[in-house]
Design a protein around this ligand. Structure first.
Ligand SMILES: [Zn+2]
Length: 479
């Protein structure tokens, strides 16, 4: 890839320029600068005899069908396809479906798993990530994102929106993008502020422009946006993500929009929708995160403006009800675009099945049949709707001929799944990441039989742990 060498060089240059590198970080960086294992090639193959869930309203699901893939694209979907010469992949006993699309994930915090406690506020997600995040070098970012992306792929996630709100230098962005590219996942990189950055400091638009110049466009796998600090009011997390006045929001967002880049922002705490509307800042290039506290009037505005909302149910369900409830039913009823996300993996794991299950449970608990919610709609939320949110529905999110081949095979013969009746019911009510047998991104088979085909899994784990422990020592944790 043309940018491969260049980006590595930029990373190295950045690390040197940072000057104050501790010896340990230097060594870690040097290790990370080794070339990663090449991605598996895009071959021609045909998945035979699977239960095919297309998520395309114009293409019927098949109880037993085939998916033909060539040069990274879906060529055909149907029964007993004529695909002579294509390598056959056994699909019997499996569901073939589009890969999950995760629309908000702070991959840079994946390293903090050993330190974060779900039940002890002092070492909760925000204090730990805020403190250790300020010590991260580009190589730490690389290893953290690589660990998170490896987990994403293992859970059947083929696209991730990397919500990178600890871009301490453009070289940190290079590192995060490199990790995404090296593992072969599709995604958007949302360039953010750095942990500890003053709220009256405008985001680094020059760095953002440099990243855009060096990384965009590419082979179609990665896109770019920004993630914004919070708007208006102190929110959950004690303001660790930063909290901006509407004037500062304008400055940050105008700079991103001048570069043609989309924006994402959390709305934890009091809803900023009316403030953003009055400032003329809402638009279809905006994604909000955590649909918890909106009013009917605000939802009508969001629909009109084409704004989307990402819900991360596993974390949201842990929040006190005082900061709102997951308004999935209300959003769907109002016609607001909604998608599904993991948020982070420091005190829970990536599990799109559980995310769908929690959404369904809480919807039934609070609303029930007053607003119908089907299990199929939940699978759509986790696939096609994510592609719509990220603006990539022309290339991913459904098994549609002409789209890129982002496909997963989920084993339905496993003990927790079998015997299967309605496949959507099985996925939402019974599915687990361990059932994800095969993961294909852009026609590359990245996982098969539940294992990575090329990635050195042990190395990813070892180097993530080493980086986490080095950060702990650097912070003189836990004092
Ligand atoms: Zn988040």
């Amino acid at each position: 890839m043309a940018f491969s060498h260049m980006s590595r060089r930029t990373m190295l240059k950045g690390a040197t320029a940072a000057g104050a590198l501790a010896a340990t970080s230097s060594e870690l960086f040097a290790q990370g600068a080794r070339r990663p294992a090449p991605l598996p090639p895009r071959r021609e193959f045909v998945i035979r005899g699977a239960t095919v869930l297309t998520m395309d309203s114009n293409i019927a699901d098949l109880a037993s069908g085939d998916v033909h893939v060539r040069d990274g694209a879906i060529v055909a979907v149907g029964a007993r396809l004529n695909a002579r010469g294509a390598r056959a992949i056994e699909g019997r006993g499996m569901v073939a479906m589009p890969g999950f699309i995760d629309t908000h994930w702070h991959l840079w915090t994946s390293l903090f798993r050993p330190f974060v406690r779900a039940d002890v506020d002092a070492v909760g997600y925000f204090p730990v990530s805020n403190r250790l995040g300020q010590l991260m070098m580009p190589e730490d970012s690389y290893r953290s994102v690589r660990l998170g992306v490896a987990e994403a792929l293992s859970a059947g996630v083929t696209t991730v929106h990397n919500w990178a709100h600890n871009v301490r230098s453009p070289e940190h962005a290079d590192a995060e993008l490199s990790a995404m590219r090296d593992l072969g996942i599709r995604g958007r990189f949302a360039y953010g502020p750095a942990q500890g950055m003053p709220d009256d400091q405008v985001m680094d638009h020059a760095g953002l422009a440099r990243i855009k110049r060096d990384w965009m466009p590419n082979d179609g796998m990665l896109t770019l946006g920004i993630c914004s600090r919070n708007v208006g009011a102190m929110s959950i997390g004690g303001g660790a993500r930063g909290t901006l006045t509407i004037e500062m929001v304008k400055k940050d967002w105008d700079g991103a929009r001048a570069l043609g880049l989309p924006i994402t922002v959390h709305t934890s705490g009091p809803s900023p929708v009316m403030q953003l509307e009055e400032a003329g800042l809402l638009g279809p290039d905006l994604q909000l995160v955590h649909p918890l506290l909106t009013t009917p009037e605000e939802r009508a505005i969001l629909k009109t403006r084409g704004v989307s909302y990402s819900t991360a149910p596993t974390g949201e369900a842990r929040r006190p009800s005082a900061v709102g409830v997951i308004q999935l039913g209300e959003m769907l009823e109002a016609g607001v675009k909604v998608s599904l996300s993991t948020d982070h993996t420091t005190n829970y794991n990536c599990d799109p099945f559980v995310a769908m299950r929690i959404l369904f449970a809480l919807h039934q608990h609070r609303i029930g049949n007053k607003i119908p919610l089907t299990v199929k709609r939940l699978v759509q939320l986790a696939t096609l709707d994510g592609a719509v949110d990220l603006g990539i529905a022309d290339k991913s999110g459904s098994l549609t001929p002409g789209k890129r081949a982002d496909i997963i095979l989920v084993r339905t013969s496993d003990i927790n799944m079998t015997p299967v009746g309605d496949p959507y019911e099985a996925l939402v009510s019974m599915g687990q990441p361990v059932n994800v047998d095969t993961v294909i991104v852009d026609g590359r088979i990245l996982r098969q039989a539940g294992k990575f085909t090329a990635l050195d899994h042990a190395r990813v784990v070892r180097e993530a742990r080493d980086a986490a422990m080095a950060l702990r020592d650097k912070a003189k944790w836990p004092t």
